[in-house]
Design a protein around this ligand. Structure first.
Ligand code: ADE
Ligand code: ZN
Length: 345
């Protein structure tokens, strides 16, 4: 190691336990956070044969991104009632709270919750909120929802989803987004759904720059008017775009473990999160679909600490970026900001 690097590194205090840090997570898919044992239990209760979803050890098993989406949707098939989603919410929030998360935004898809029928969706949402309120009382974790349409289900389904979003927009449903197979269709096809959500007062985010290159990030910004990008990491392939992200303050919901598990990058050392941050882009850290990628927020933080020598200050910056970019109201943010400041020394 060169002397200057050693000097710089010796100033860093890397002897801390990432588990103690309070965290804010902005990119989490509700069903994607379901522990495999939770899905198995519900399948058993309902006597549903899940088919090819788990490996011999009981973990989710998939071969690539498209197969991941198949397994995700197959596992989701067992969740058929508002009560199932209430139980899922409790299970997900227990995991997040155990990892020091004090605020989380979860992607909820009315497509999976009553087939995007507004009346049915309201019943699912009621059950989810009741479970979230109980988790806030019992574990101190605050949850808000971002309604997410699924790209490979097409623009018509996205409009029905946006109608559910517009009907339930408020202090708890705070955002609208799009996930799913980036290879299907273009962001422009979903402009109408995003316009509906914007008019209902929702904040906007879109998955882009995970499988698509820099142009997919540009398209999401220009055609959907989002303030955050889910992943967005492949912006690194175009430095003019990186500078534009830095100047405009568009925030990236970066999920390093997901990108490595799905082989967008071969390993964390070659993940661009550090380069994006160094060039002034507002990056945040999330888990995406944690049990699918054998990750947790603590594991993400630990990998970033050891790979990029991130110290407490960098993690504090990440948490601040995340809270600034959160879609919840100002009062909620102010309360959470206090709790972040109180992170144990
Ligand atoms: N749905 C769940 N996880 C996803 C991901 N990483 N990309 C796109 N859609 C998803
Ligand atoms: Zn995602």
């Amino acid at each position: 190691m060169r002397d200057r690097e050693r000097d710089r590194d010796s100033d860093l205090d890397l002897e801390f336990d990432v588990a103690e840090l309070r965290k804010v997570e902005l990119h989490l898919h509700h069903e994607g956070a379901a522990p495999p044992e939770f899905i198995r239990r519900i399948a058993q209760e309902k006597r549903i044969d899940l088919g090819k979803v788990f490996d011999a050890r009981g973990n989710y098993a998939y071969t690539d991104f498209v197969d991941f989406l198949r397994v995700y949707e197959a596992a989701t098939e067992v969740l058929k009632t508002p009560e199932d989603y209430a139980r899922l919410t409790t299970a997900v929030l227990e995991q997040s709270a155990e990892n020091g998360v004090i605020y989380s935004e979860t992607f909820l898809s009315p497509d999976f919750c009553g087939g995007s029928d507004v009346g049915a969706w309201k019943e699912y949402l009621h059950a989810i909120r009741e479970a979230a309120d109980a988790a806030e009382r019992n574990m101190g974790i605050v949850l808000r929802g971002v309604i997410t349409c699924i790209r490979h289900f097409g623009p018509d389904k996205a409009r029905a989803t946006a109608a559910c979003a517009a009907e339930t927009a408020g202090d708890w449903i705070v955002g609208f987004g799009i996930a799913g197979d980036e290879a299907k269709g273009k962001p422009k096809d979903f402009s109408y759904a995003f316009d509906m959500a914007r008019e209902a007062g929702l904040h906007l985010t879109a998955h882009a720059g995970e499988w698509g290159g820099p142009q997919s990030v540009r398209d999401a910004i220009n055609d959907l008017g989002v303030s955050r990008i889910g992943h967005g990491v492949r912006a690194i392939e175009d430095l003019a775009l990186v500078d534009q992200l830095a100047e405009s303050g568009v925030v990236l919901e970066v999920c390093p473990g997901s990108n490595v598990a799905l082989r967008v990058y071969p390993d964390i050392a070659r993940h661009p999160i550090q380069m994006l941050r160094e060039r002034g882009v507002k990056v945040t850290v999330s888990t995406d679909d944690p049990p699918f990628f054998h990750t947790t927020m603590n594991r993400e933080y630990e990998a970033l600490r050891t790979t990029f020598s991130w110290d407490r200050e960098v993690f504090a910056e990440i948490a601040r970026n995340s809270l600034d970019a959160a879609f919840c109201d100002a009062d909620t943010k102010a309360k959470l900001a206090k709790r972040l400041e109180e992170t144990p020394a």
